[in-house]
Design a protein around this ligand. Structure first.
Ligand SMILES: Cc1cc2nc3c(=O)[nH]c(=O)nc-3n(C[C@H](O)[C@H](O)[C@H](O)COP(=O)(O)O)c2cc1C
Length: 389
């Protein structure tokens, strides 16, 4: 008889941060981890011409460049949106595309977003595909676990949106099971209490190189943080004060301390990362003119625009953006905005590090061009400032 899953029972699952030689532990030794937010999903923020596009070849070139520059992480999002999307042309599935990039990169960690409740996926599928990507990437691949915050997405899969905290309970049940499948050396049987799957004598090979693939959770809610404290290595956080850098620097320290304390209470360590949009040119005048060109060409918001406030999201993570007690930013696509000359960018990144951030997952408006500028003008300053080894 299959066992019914005892959710959250048993020893705390170990992960790649428990292995000093894992690619994640190596990256975590950087004073400030550097990530690149890939552009596999075309989101139209402005009509200012840009090289950025969703195609595999464009993003493969970006990730290879970031790998050669010593970046630690490449990540991309995935959404399931009806026609119109976020007004872009197309998007590639990041589970598949970042898995494919494992074969064309050397050191960089590759984090694929996966809506773990849609389908529903059977845990055996995620465990086997995950073990395969882990093997190809030699422990550099991981999952950004998302449960779907927009009603239209759940409806696309044929049901009404699952209640917010229940989604994290369902994800916890799934990841308890995935952990068993990735680590158990005997057959494993279980029947979900919350999900709709059952496993009889399940067995997965190869075993991931460092316990399991890297796990990431993007969240700002108590239920999401509890889930991340038990299951994730990296927590993608947002600024509780909204997207202006000053508000972020004020509100992040307490938020980060709380997240780390919750992980510690479970005997675990988690690292926090945040995704800034960086707008930078060599001088203040050039930076201002680049920023103005982006803003002046911003189309008026529609019901499908990215970050449109009225849309059907129940996410907690971005609620800070509506907080009138904090300075708000320009809604440029990152969770926070860093605008300035290379020196000013480094000062702001140093501020984030001081606030407790372990890594940044950087967005650019014009990825290829702005990554070149970052490499030439900002990276050397980060090294001089002691933020990169
Ligand atoms: C940096 C970042 C990236 C995210 N990427 C995705 C994504 O690719 N797809 C998605 O559906 N949700 C994505 N989300 C949304 C989260 O999955 C989650 O729904 C949101 O953070 C709200 O969670 P909360 O209510 O626990 O705060 C992302 C969130 C953040 C902060």
């Amino acid at each position: 008889m299959p066992l019914t899953l005892q959710q959250e029972a048993g020893p705390v699952p170990s992960g790649p941060l428990d292995f000093p030689d894992s690619p994640l532990s190596r990256s975590a030794r950087q004073p400030l981890m550097l990530g690149l937010f890939l552009n596999l999903q075309d989101i139209r923020l402005s009509n200012l011409p840009t090289s950025s596009t969703w195609t595999y070849d464009y993003n493969k070139a970006l990730v290879q460049k970031a790998d050669a520059l010593g970046f630690d992480i490449a990540f991309s999002r995935t959404q399931w949106l009806p026609k119109g999307g976020y007004d872009g042309e197309a998007s590639l599935d990041s589970f598949v595309a970042l898995g494919a990039m494992a074969a064309t990169t050397h050191n960089i960690l590759l984090i694929s977003t996966l809506h773990v409740l849609y389908g529903p996926w059977h845990p055996l599928h995620i465990a086997k595909i995950g073990a395969t990507f882990d093997h190809i990437a030699k422990g550099r691949w991981g999952i950004n676990i998302v449960t779907g915050h927009r009603a239209v997405e759940h409806e696309m899969f044929g049901w009404n949106r699952i209640e917010h905290d229940r989604r994290y309970d369902m994800a916890a049940e799934l990841f308890e099971t995935l952990h068993r499948l990735w680590t158990d050396t005997e057959n494993y049987s279980a029947e979900a209490a919350l999900g709709s799957w059952k496993i009889v004598n399940g067995y997965i090979t190869p075993k991931p190189a460092y316990g399991r693939p890297i796990l990431v959770t993007a969240t700002g809610s108590p239920a999401g943080i509890d889930f991340a404290a038990r299951h994730s290595d990296l927590v993608f956080i947002t600024s509780p004060g909204g997207s202006h850098i000053d508000s972020a620097l004020e509100t992040l320290p307490a938020h980060i301390a709380e997240i780390k304390a919750r992980a510690r209470a479970r005997g675990r360590t988690v690292k926090t990362i945040i995704n800034p949009m960086i707008i930078s040119r060599d001088s203040e005048a050039e930076t201002r003119s680049y920023l103005s060109a982006i803003l002046d060409n911003k189309p008026p918001p529609t019901a499908t625009s990215f970050g449109h406030r009225g849309y059907d999201s129940d996410a907690h993570a971005w609620r800070g953006r509506n907080d009138p007690n904090h300075k708000q930013g320009l809604n440029l696509g990152g969770n926070i905005e860093i605008v300035g000359t290379p020196e000013q960018v480094v000062d702001q990144l140093a501020g984030l590090k001081k606030a407790g951030i372990d890594g940044v997952q950087i967005n650019f408006y014009d990825f290829a061009r702005d990554l070149d500028h970052f490499a030439e003008r900002i990276l050397p300053l980060l090294q001089s400032a002691g933020l990169r080894l």
